[in-house]
Design a protein around this ligand. Structure first.
Ligand SMILES: [Zn+2]
Length: 167
């Protein structure tokens, strides 16, 4: 049996994880419709009145050029996630069970508290890539399960996931 590890040790460990190993990832959620930021929505469509501060000023009474008179715009909400990301399978952390994800291109590990965000997203785009991929924006889709990960005594829990370029 291992002796108990004082939880204080994990403060340093978690700080290293957050500050040196982690990358920024953008989460993309399912599309939603929201009211046009360039005109006023009357419950049915645009009322043809420019909304001060909107990106495309137009003459009142004409058709809003931003929403084509719909009064609504379809947007894809995004949120940022800080996580560890490993592209090289040799660097992948052992999740303790056999994982069958032949298409997976990346392993991503994030804090358990971020799990609800990740569960809601459709796909992700890491903001930082290594090598040739650094210059491309590539969508990654989650494959497989969520694997809890971390030391028993560490108060901060993590989740390991796998991601593929294909849905
Ligand atoms: Zn509009």
């Amino acid at each position: 049996m291992f002796p108990d590890i004082p939880t204080g040790i994990f403060k340093d460990f978690n700080s290293v994880v957050d500050n040196f190993w982690s990358k920024s990832i953008t989460l993309f959620y399912p599309e939603i419709q929201e009211e046009c930021s360039n005109c006023y929505y009357n419950g049915m469509r645009s009322n043809g009145t420019y909304k001060t501060g909107g990106p495309y000023p137009f003459e009142n009474g004409s058709i809003c050029p931003y929403c084509a008179g719909e009064g609504l715009k379809t947007v894809e909400p995004t949120e940022s996630l800080t996580a560890r990301i490993y592209y090289d399978r040799k660097s992948w952390i052992d999740v303790g069970v056999k994982v069958n994800v032949p298409d997976a291109a990346a392993q991503i590990i994030f804090k358990m508290t971020e799990l609800p965000k990740v569960q809601q997203c459709k796909y992700i785009i890491p903001e930082y890539y290594e090598g040739i991929n650094a210059y491309q924006n590539q969508r990654l889709f989650r494959v497989g399960e969520y694997y809890p990960q971390g030391f028993t005594q560490n108060p901060v829990k993590y989740v390991t996931t796998f991601w593929s370029y294909r849905v």
